[in-house]
Structure formats: C-alpha cells, structure tokens
Design a protein around this ligand. Structure first.
Ligand SMILES: Cc1cc2nc3c(=O)[nH]c(=O)nc-3n(C[C@H](O)[C@H](O)[C@H](O)COP(=O)(O)OP(=O)(O)OC[C@H]3O[C@@H](n4cnc5c(N)ncnc54)[C@H](O)[C@@H]3O)c2cc1C
Length: 589
C-alpha cells in the first residue's frame, strides 16, 4: 500500500465512547494502556439521551429481589435471552449501582436519602404479580449523568481518547483480533491502532428506520465492520419499537412517563391497554404496547385528521410533579410536538429504538465465533459490550432500563476481561495487508463521481425499512424489501461524494455510514424473513404464534468469503448459573 498510515500501540483499544465503552475503558485503564476511539466527542454518544432509568433490585421503596428481576428479563425477552447472562446481570445490578453512586452519579433521592426508584414496563414483583419500583433514575436525565461521570472517571484513569476518529476496518491475523483501522475526521489521514484486545462498544443501528429515537451516530458501523470479517450479528431481526415516540418526529418520550402514571388513550378517550394487558396495562413490555397502539390505529380508533396516532396523557399527575421528575420530557414535547404536557396529552406513535441482538458474546463478554463451531468457542482478542453486543440478556425484546444496566455490568466486565487477556499475551503481529480493505473503501467513496448522493439513497433505504420491515411484518412485504435493498445497494457503485477534501469531510463519513446501513438492513431483513414465527419485537402477521419447536434459537448472520449474506442458528443458553431453568410458558400480561 502506498498510502501513509500512522501507527499506535495499546494493550486495549475500545471502539465507542458511550456508556459501555467508557465503562470498559475506565476499568481497563487501571490495569494496562487503553485507548478509546469515537466518531464524536465522548459525551455526545447516544447514552447521553437515556432518560428513564437503570434497573436494579435494590428494594429501596418496596420489597424486591434479583430473582424477580431475572424472571422479568427472561420473560420479557420472550425466552430468547441466555439465562446465565441474565442471572449474571441481575444479580450484580445492586452492587454495581451502588458503585456508580460512589463514583459520583447523582441519582434522584427518596426523602430518607436512598436512591429513588420508579416502576418501568415489564418489571414486576413476585414473578409477574404486580409492577415494582426497580428503575433508579436521575430525574429524566439518567444517561446524561452516567456518561458524564464515567467520562470523568476514564480521564482520571488516564485513558487516551481519539475523538472524531472513524473506524473503517477490524484487523484480524491468524484468527485473532488485533486492532482497528481508523480515519482521522478532523485532520484527514489513516491510523492503525495495534492492540492485544479490542472491545466493541459502538452502539446500535436504528438510524436505518425512518422514524427512530436514535442519535446520528447509531448507524450500525460496528455490525458492518464485524460482518465483513466473517463475525456474526446475532438476533438481527429483533428491533425494539418503543411505543412512545413523538408523532412524526420520533423523539423518545421515556417509559418513565407511564411509570409515573401516564396513560395511553385512543380517539374515543379509552385507556386501551386495559384491554390488551389487564394486569399491568400501560406498563406492559414495549413490544406488546407498540403492537396494541398499531392495532388501535388500524381499527380506526387513531387520533387526528389522519387517525394515525394515539395520545399519552400525563397532566393528571400535576405540573409540579412533572417539572420535578420529567422536566426534559416537558421540554421535548414543547419543542417537537408543540404541546405543554402539564395541560394536554402528547401525540405519540412507535419509534425504532433499540437493537435487541448484536455481536454474540458469552456472559463474560468474549465474542463467540458462531457458525457451526462449538457455541462456547470464543475469538482471541475480541470483546463486545453495550447495544452492539448480545450476551444475550435482551433476547427478542429488551425491558426498559435494562440497557443502561447492560452497559454498567457488561461494560465493566469487558474492561476487566480485556485487560486480563491483554496482560496475559504478547501482541499478535499485524497481517501484511492490515488495513488495505478499509483504505480502499474510503478511497472508493472519496474519489467517487457517480449519479447518486446521500440524501435520496438514505431516504429510500429508511423508508423501505420502516414500511416493509417495521412493527408488523409479512413474507410479501419483506420479500419486496429484499429486492428494493438489492437495488439500493447497486446505487452505491454509482455514487458521488462532492467534497473531495480530507479535512472534516462529513459527506465522506455519511457515505461510509450509508454503505454500512445498507448491509445492516439487508442482514436484518434476511433474518426476519427466515424467522417464521412471532416473538418479542418480531411480529409476523403471517405467523402470529411463537414457535418454540422450530425457533427457540438465536439467529446469526454474516458475510461469507464471496460477500454473500449467510444465516445460521445457535442454541439459547437455557441454563442459569446457579438456579434451575425456567419453564417456557406463553407470555400473558
Ligand atoms: C432516546 C433514548 C432514551 C433511552 N433511555 C434509556 C433508559 O432510560 N434506560 C435504559 O436502560 N436505556 C435507555 N436507552 C437505551 C440506551 O441508552 C442505549 O442502548 C445505550 O446508551 C447504548 O450505549 P452504548 O455505549 O452501547 O452506545 P452509544 O452510547 O450509542 O455510543 C456509541 C459510540 O460508538 C461510537 N461509534 C459508532 N460508530 C463509530 C465509528 N464508525 N467510528 C468511531 N466511533 C463510532 C460513537 O461515537 C459513540 O461513542 C435509551 C436510548 C435512547 C435512544
């Protein structure tokens, strides 16, 4: 390769500076040299916008146990979660939350000074009997305070940050992961980070949907980069559609609003969740609430001139309570819906929110090889945590507040495991052609002079995904999506990036992200077509029942050597670490 590349060497390199990445980094930095690569300044990562809370069975306001939390997590996942990982996460949760408190996260408090807790969808006491207050929170800015605190902690531990560096390629030699190729967005130029261990913490992919709650960075780059090296994305078909996105805008209105007493109403003013989930009503898991909302609209009971949305009413808890506990929501509703929620209901519809699957790992965050090999076999030097990863605690549907917990528990575990691993081996040398693929990909787009540009192609992509692979899915719709995505893919061969400079060229980054989003969309659609059942976030009108006989298994999707999408399956780890497996029963709420 004639191109100039700058080389760096760190024991551990973390890809992503959200809650998972910063937590992994602040831990790893305590044991070995650690770098964090992020496309944006760390505190602009999507974790900053997490609102409602982080779960832990602290029992500060009423009796609670990690067993109940684990039960809810497994049941909420529609039994696709790996139960050893669920046990690991829910059992460690109380201890890790206290640790967060001790490093400075300013949680909201009860009058006695304990960490305050609120109810959240799907979290129950006594194995489903009644909602329980399990979500710890800092008003409606929980992710904000966590990210800031973890960033400070990482800086104090002398983590080295490479902000506005864009990851192009995962480096692998002789079966071991040993670094990343990046592009310096600010100054231009390629950099190779040679590492003993690489931690993926690059967040989710919901920007592929037209209506979504995610930040602009959530384009699934980590998934695409991993799949190009033959590593898999597990349970790709399970996207979480959060019920309460602001109508037309998609911005999130936290489930904490319903936790604080908010209710959903149809055009007749009926609290329709009483019909769909008689026990926990508006606090049923997100997949159930989203589908119920769509059903109301399809039945002609939607609100507005187009009868295409429903209402979220919260004014009855009083303006004072709203301004104390949900100030950010008040502002969001005012700015994006023009509604003062202390007086009027907020117009809402489901919004693509979370990628339930991810790069498969065991409960210690070591990435699993997958595809026919022993399901326990891991990839040397490769770790993953946070939304990009799948341990798997979310299975087919994540419970609210379990993602921030995932960042805290698995982010920390990834930091510990990566450091331990790095301290036990020497550097695996870089392959002769290390970085060549990524360099060529970037140069292809930088030099491109074709007809298609970002705006129209992205619009087409996200519209197809929303219309054809959305809340309700069918064979027909998804087959059409597959064909359309193939056409969209070919548009990238006739693409144009107008900006030819190498300094802060965001048009170039958009092109690379779009290229990744197309691959991610194709992989997701393929898995969704093959899963002929309804489970969690994957609802098929043509296969409305859950089919445990044929589909109680994780899907895995990747690219083969010729660049074709291939799909395989892996068994669910049904055995917890210490307690007996749960019996598999249909979900009734
Ligand atoms: C609006 C909203 C509210 C939420 N509220 C809650 C809540 O109350 N409770 C809860 O439990 N969960 C909540 N979630 C979910 C949760 O916040 C996210 O799943 C979680 O924060 C993801 O964290 P992460 O560390 O995995 O990734 P992110 O925070 O998304 O960070 C990803 C990182 O990867 C980097 N990156 C990505 N691509 C590249 C690239 N190519 N090169 C370099 N860097 C790259 C980015 O720069 C960024 O630093 C919410 C999510 C949203 C969107």
């Amino acid at each position: 390769m004639s191109v100039k590349i700058e080389y760096h060497k760190f024991d551990v390199v973390v890809f992503g500076a959200g809650g998972a990445g910063l937590n992994a980094a602040q831990v790893a930095s305590q044991y070995c040299s650690t770098a964090v690569i992020s496309e944006v300044y760390p505190t602009r990562s999507h974790t900053i916008s997490a609102q409602g809370g982080i779960s832990a069975a602290l029992g500060n306001l009423e009796e609670d146990h990690w067993h109940w939390h684990m039960f809810d997590t497994v049941k909420g996942s529609d039994y696709l979660a790996d139960q050893d990982a669920c046990e690991y996460m829910t059992k460690l949760a109380p201890q890790y939350i206290i640790e967060l408190e001790h490093i400075g996260v300013p949680f909201s408090r009860t009058p006695e000074g304990k960490i305050a807790q609120r109810p959240f969808g799907g979290h129950t006491a006594e194995f489903g009997k009644r909602p329980v207050k399990r979500a710890c929170y800092a008003a409606d800015r929980t992710g904000h305070v966590m990210l800031q605190t973890l960033y400070e902690k990482a800086v104090a531990q002398k983590t080295q940050f490479f902000s506005e560096f864009y990851v192009l390629e995962l480096l692998v030699n002789d079966g071991a992961v040993n670094g990343l190729l990046c592009w310096d967005i600010q100054n231009g130029g390629f950099h190779i980070f040679h590492a003993k261990a690489v931690v993926f913490a690059s967040g989710g992919c919901c920007r592929i949907f037209k209506t979504n709650s995610n930040a602009h960075i959530n384009t699934g780059d980590g998934l695409a980069v991993a799949m190009r090296k033959g590593f898999s994305w597990s349970d790709a078909e399970f996207i979480q559609f959060h019920p309460t996105g602001i109508y037309l805008a998609g911005n999130l209105i936290t489930e904490g609003v319903r936790g604080e007493g908010g209710i959903l109403l149809n055009a007749n003013g009926e609290r329709f969740m009483e019909k769909y989930a008689p026990t926990i009503k508006d606090l049923a898991p997100r997949d159930i609430v989203s589908r119920s909302m769509v059903k109301e609209v399809l039945a002609g009971r939607g609100v507005g001139p187009k009868k295409d949305h429903v209402l979220l009413k919260i004014d009855h808890i009083g303006a004072e309570a709203i301004m104390e506990k949900l100030p950010g929501i008040h502002e969001l509703a005012l700015v994006f819906a023009g509604v003062d929620c202390t007086k009027e209901p907020i117009p809402v519809m489901p919004t693509a929110h979370y990628q339930n699957g991810g790069i498969p790992t065991n409960y210690k965050t070591h990435v699993i090889k997958g595809f026919g090999s022993n399901p326990e076999e891991t990839v040397p030097g490769f770790f993953a945590a946070g939304e990009i990863a799948s341990a798997s605690v979310h299975g087919a549907n994540r419970l609210g507040t379990n993602s921030l917990l995932d960042l805290v528990v698995f982010g920390r575990t990834a930091g510990e495991e990566a450091a331990k691993y790095a301290n036990s081996i020497s550097f695996v040398p870089l392959a002769e052609n290390a970085g060549q693929e990524g360099v060529e990909l970037l140069q292809k787009f930088l030099n491109s002079n074709g007809e298609n540009t970002f705006g129209p192609v992205y619009e087409e992509l996200r519209t197809v995904m929303e219309t054809n692979v959305g809340v309700f899915r069918t064979e027909e719709l998804m087959t059409e999506a597959k064909e359309k995505l193939q056409v969209i893919k070919t548009k990238m061969d006739n693409f144009r990036v107008n900006d030819k400079s190498s300094i802060y060229n965001l048009e170039l980054i958009e092109a690379l992200e779009l290229n990744n989003m197309i691959l991610v969309s194709q992989a997701l659609t393929e898995c969704a077509l093959l899963r002929k059942e309804s489970r969690g976030g994957h609802a098929r009108e043509d296969y409305p029942e859950r089919d445990d006989a044929n589909f109680l298994k994780h899907s895995e999707v990747t690219l083969d050597k010729d660049g074709n999408i291939v799909v395989g399956y892996r068994p669910v780890r049904m055995k917890p670490l210490t307690v007996e497996p749960f019996p598999v029963k249909p979900r009734v709420y």
